[in-house]
Design a protein. Sequence first.
Length: 297
Amino acid sequence: MTASERGLLLLCAELGDGQKPLTCAQLRTLRARVLAAQTPPAGPERPLTAADLEALGYDGAFARRVCALLGREQALARYLAIAAEQGIRAVTRLSGDYPSRLLRLGEKAPALIYCRGQRELLKRPAVALVGSRELSPAGEAFARRVGELAAREDLVLVSGNARGADRCAQEACLAAGGSVIAVLPDSLAEHPPQSERILYLCLQGWHLPIAPYRALERNALIHALGEKTLVAQARRSGGSWRGSEENLRRGWSPLFVNAAGGPGCAQLIALGANSVELGALASLRGLQPAQLPLTEA
């Protein structure tokens, strides 16, 4: 691990030590101010000090917070050692194996992710599947069909491991001999890989329990990791709807929606998503968007 990667982890990792890490926006601003300084206040030979940060325009409280985060070397070493014992690895934006597809998220691209399982799956072509937890027969059939086709066409299936559409598609994919990347809203410690064809990912801290905000934040990763995203079923509220609507606006990946997937899917189609009939879904690789999603300026 390079000094830059370690510094990023110190600033952004949730280590369970009571320290509040920097957000992506705060890290981005800090980096911009350091780079914009005519004479950088610190280098590899000297870490940032509170005086350096105040010279960059930060108040004393924030300067002390950053210094406290950078002083967590021992806590970080312990945290990563415990992770390594369980086969969990931190991957930062500075790492060579950081998934390039996540850069589609722009300012939402996470500073770091945690991986448990086959990291090589991040390099392979992939499709994403999202959908409701409570499924109609049509939504369940669509999710299972996507999982089976992903396996048949040697595409990694990316989903969120939630009850309903996620697990239907994941189970179908694995049963057909395919591979799965599951982006979790809870602790990686609770998910030892049961197959060499599974990779589990999470954000912020590998030890953190499930929380609604983490469930919502992971949706962007699911949409970005797939070369295209399919929606099995959606209400006009909840994570599947919100993530898909934001994808449609920002253009993270082409969006294909089950034509029989409920009111949320109907609204997504009205907003410009591509409609897909289950009976006509013969290939995932062959799906082509009728029009590119509108992107935000």
